[in-house]
Design a protein around this ligand. Structure first.
Ligand SMILES: Nc1ncnc2c1ncn2[C@@H]1O[C@H](COP(=O)(O)OP(=O)(O)OP(=O)(O)O)[C@@H](O)[C@H]1O
Ligand code: SF4
Ligand SMILES: [Mg+2]
Length: 326
């Protein structure tokens, strides 16, 4: 794998939630990289581990979650090995997250300007004057096409699209190298979705940042991202350029998903395919997909496939591509 020059390099990330019933292996050996300025999509059925992956990169997991292994290298520095204080300074300044449902988690009791000021104060290295902080906030609000008056508004006074723009503004306040957006437009209507995605694209390009977009909407993915990673049961089944994946999906799961999209113009959700999603408490042996896979071979229920580059820039985790049916 040519990981040279990539801004983010995630290696063999493993995360479990500890529950009364036992560990839920939500992220089970995920590896991917992100090139400078690149937009990478993460798609997959509900519960496939997208949000847990995003939260792990930020080290913002709940207490019941344990990062059991792996590396998250941001410009070569492993975020998983930073002290809490170092990580606090890295958030927003180096890597930032627009969390799933972000616009509904803005503080309803605080004006938008105050929430943005708090974000800067909490994550910057040195104290800046209020004048300097407000100047930066105004600059960022303008870049996400919001008027200065939004500073004095409470979240409930804003439309959904405006609230989501506030969340984008918050994520870029400190010029991060990587922006993770977890389903940033899922609560918005289609027209507003496209506008907000355009804004995200513009600010990302202006910052020369890289983006990880988590989502279900394949139309949005096709328009926005360069490459896409398909998650299944806490693992990456396939990673590759978005057009290549649509035209020539390699993993049987991806093939079934693409086939299940009713429109070729891809204006549909990645809803999934028939059959049960795998239990992450008692996952299937071998390949997680073998109980649903039309191509399953004897070894598929025994050997765990490994994500490997089977063609230039095409990564697949499937025994069909790793040497046959032995
Ligand atoms: N706090 C928790 N305790 C126990 N299990 C959890 C917890 N949070 C998530 N999980 C489990 O971890 C797995 C991955 O969840 P995650 O939220 O990362 O999936 P997702 O791909 O983001 O799903 P969605 O598309 O619904 O947002 C799921 O099986 C989920 O049930
Ligand atoms: S490894 Fe086997 S079961 Fe898994 S996707 Fe490939 S063919 Fe199907
Ligand atoms: Mg999620």
């Amino acid at each position: 794998m040519d990981r040279n020059g990539c801004v983010l390099d995630v290696r063999d990330l493993r995360v479990s939630y500890h529950t009364a019933a036992g560990p839920v292996r939500a992220v089970n050996g995920v590896s991917f990289f992100l090139r400078p300025g690149e937009r990478l999509g993460l798609v997959g059925e509900s519960g496939s581990g997208k949000t847990t992956t995003a939260l792990s990169l930020m080290r913002l997991l709940q207490e019941s979650a344990v990062i059991e292994g792996g590396e998250v290298l941001l410009d070569g520095v492993d975020l998983l090995r930073l002290s809490e204080e170092q990580m606090r300074l890295a958030r927003f300044a180096d890597i930032s997250l627009i969390p799933q449902g972000a616009m509904n988690s803005l503080n309803p009791m605080m004006k938008v300007g105050e929430q943005l000021r708090d974000t800067i104060r909490a994550h910057q290295h040195e104290g800046n004057s209020k004048v300097a902080i407000d100047a930066r906030i105004l600059e960022v609000l303008q870049s996400v096409e919001l008027q200065a008056s939004v500073m004095d508004s409470y979240p409930h006074e804003l439309s959904g699209g405006m609230k989501q723009r506030v969340c984008i503004a918050m994520a870029i306040l400190l010029n991060p190298k990587v922006i993770i957006a977890d389903e940033p437009t899922s609560a918005l209507d289609v027209v507003v979705q496209r506008q907000v995605m355009e804004t995200l694209r513009r600010v990302q390009e202006a910052l020369d940042a890289s983006v990880i977009l988590v989502g279900h909407d394949m139309g949005l993915m096709a328009q926005f991202v360069d490459r896409v990673g398909v998650m299944y049961g806490g693992k990456l089944a396939e990673v590759g350029p978005v057009r290549g994946i649509f035209k020539d999906p390699l993993h049987p799961y991806t093939q079934m998903l693409i086939k299940s999209l009713p429109n070729l113009d891809m204006k549909e959700d990645f809803r999934g395919i028939p059959g049960l999603t795998p239990s992450l408490l008692t996952p299937p042996s071998g390949c997680m997909f073998h109980p649903r896979c039309p191509h399953a071979m004897p070894r598929c229920s025994v050997d765990v496939p490994v994500l490997a580059e089977v063609k230039p820039d095409r990564w697949v985790s499937c025994h069909l591509y790793d040497g046959g049916q032995a």
